[in-house]
Write a protein that binds this ligand. Sequence first.
Ligand code: GLN
Length: 187
Amino acid sequence: MVIGVLALQGAVSEHLKMVTACGVTARPVKTEADLKNLDGLIIPGGESTTIRKLLVREQMFEPLKTLVQQGFPVFGTCAGLVLLAQPDLLNGLNGTVVRNGFGRQRESFETELTVKGWSKPYHGVFIRAPYLSAVQKPAEALVTLDNGRIVAAQQDHVLVTAFHPELTGDERFHRYFIEKMVVGEGK
Ligand code: GLN
């Protein structure tokens, strides 16, 4: 099994390390050719406008969108959530994205999260994070804050988090992606 990490901009090396820590081969993805022979892909945090522009420049945007539409397993964190959930971008999860949704006062913060179906909380690291104000079926919220903001969700083969699980040393979200979306081919 090989999991790619989109390596155009953003928190790439941390995701590569997490995938490796899960016992799975990780490979940086920089070109359209790199998209081949993968079992799943992670779109990291960074700046979604920049990543989108680089995807277009490298002629990877349409091939990636096609993969997502065909049911290829993809995990997007932070900027990756924006790219996956916006209907005008990769359109892989039915939800309403609020970019930089926590505003200036709370540009970066950390908090314990309750994940649907998990017994232990997950430490969420948020950096200029987006959130989802709503998700529509078949998308399903995995983490909803007390104020109703959805910060993790899944839809079939697509997993998104508004926070940065690659910065915690807690592999559970990466393992969840590998076990449910890549091996289990969605839920
Ligand atoms: N605010 C960024 C965006 O909308 C995301 C920030 C991040 O990935 N840490 O692209």
